[in-house]
Design a protein around this ligand. Sequence first.
Ligand SMILES: Nc1ncnc2c1ncn2[C@@H]1O[C@H](COP(=O)(O)OP(=O)(O)OP(=O)(O)O)[C@@H](O)[C@H]1O
Ligand SMILES: [Mg+2]
Length: 419
Amino acid sequence: MKPNKNNEIYSDEERKSSPSFQELLSRETIFSDLNALSPHFVPDILPHREEHITTIMKHIAPAIKGMRPNNLFIYGKSGTGKTCSVKKVIRKFNELEKNKSKIEYVNCRAYNSRYRIIQRIVQKTNPEVVRGGFGLTYLYEKLISILNEGENIIIVLDEIDMVKDLDDVLYTLTRLNDETDKGAVSLIGVSNRTDFKKNLEEGSMSSLNETEIVFTPYNAEQIKNILKQRIKLAFAEGVVDESAINLTSAITSSENGDARYALKLLARAGHTAEEKGLKKITDVEVKIARKNVEEEIIKETISTLPDHQQLALYGIARVSIIGSKYRKLGETEGFFFSGEIYEEYVNACNQFGRKPRSGRWHQEYLGDLESLGMITMIYSGKGIRGHTKLIKIGYSPEVVIKVIEKNFKLGLVQDSGDE
Ligand SMILES: Nc1ncnc2c1ncn2[C@@H]1O[C@H](COP(=O)(O)OP(=O)(O)OP(=O)(O)O)[C@@H](O)[C@H]1O
Ligand SMILES: [Mg+2]
């Protein structure tokens, strides 16, 4: 049957078409600026972090006159404002007209090896090196020549614990200062793992000679202030009820004191209210949002992983659901042997059409997952099948399975590219 001009063959229900753009834009919304809730938004003032920002500024201020500041390390759990504080300092530093130093920000989640970090820094200061293919030695010498021209560089290594060959990175970057006559390099390392230095070699530790700043998790009152500032920017007046603010900050402070989580919860509660056609966001919407946010966070974190890391995680989730074949002793509830997890990883590779990699690679993937806080690893004592690693998943295995299956089905997974 051919549809006639008046679409008579469609029922009323079927004829409900999508709205026009004008119609969409004219709809009332409770948001005034959604961008203010985005994870990349850095507000002009960061409540409860201005003192930390001042400390960082004082520390690097001598660089403006061409002196070399000591290395600095910033620690603190996830969502305690490390990245946004550093970004604010960088912004202020770059606003200066007269400045004898440069500051370069490197996110080590994306640039996670000595080669990639050095390449990134050289590229930023020398745009002609944009294309790849240069060897490490060439890039290193390039960096020395940049410094010899009198350039001082402060390198910010955010999420520094994600670097695979951190000892080499620290050694190479600190050694630069012995090889130049004029310019100098100093480092600002940022990490959400307070224990990450444990894995460093003695030599790297002592070459660091750094100052430390710790960012503590926000308490309920602090989260409330952070939220109130964003609410002014992101929502029309009077939209967010006091009960929503109170519940969001109570949940956040009792769980982790993570401002990112609080902002997500609020944004989600806003969308829930809007979907229901409400003019106000109350604690009821926050409760609904809480369930969704957990899942969203898991999804986002997993989806940034390359294929084999996702497959390794899938294997752990599978074992967590099926249960262990072996008997374990004592307090190892929820932990599984790395051997059986490897078997399920191989199954997962076959299921999703990837070639399984060796046990050694698998160990690497487990290390990556552990760094991201997705799994916990412990070593079993002697007696339980010799010395072996025991692994526990940090998220709901059902959600993990759902997310990874979807990622592969939709072809959204990037290649690990290691081998
Ligand atoms: N004091 C603050 N005032 C306003 N917003 C904040 C504050 N602290 C954190 N935020 C917001 O919370 C989110 C998380 O902050 P940020 O990215 O700086 O955390 P982080 O400590 O770097 O966490 P991670 O260790 O996971 O990288 C960002 O959207 C940031 O804008
Ligand atoms: Mg950060």
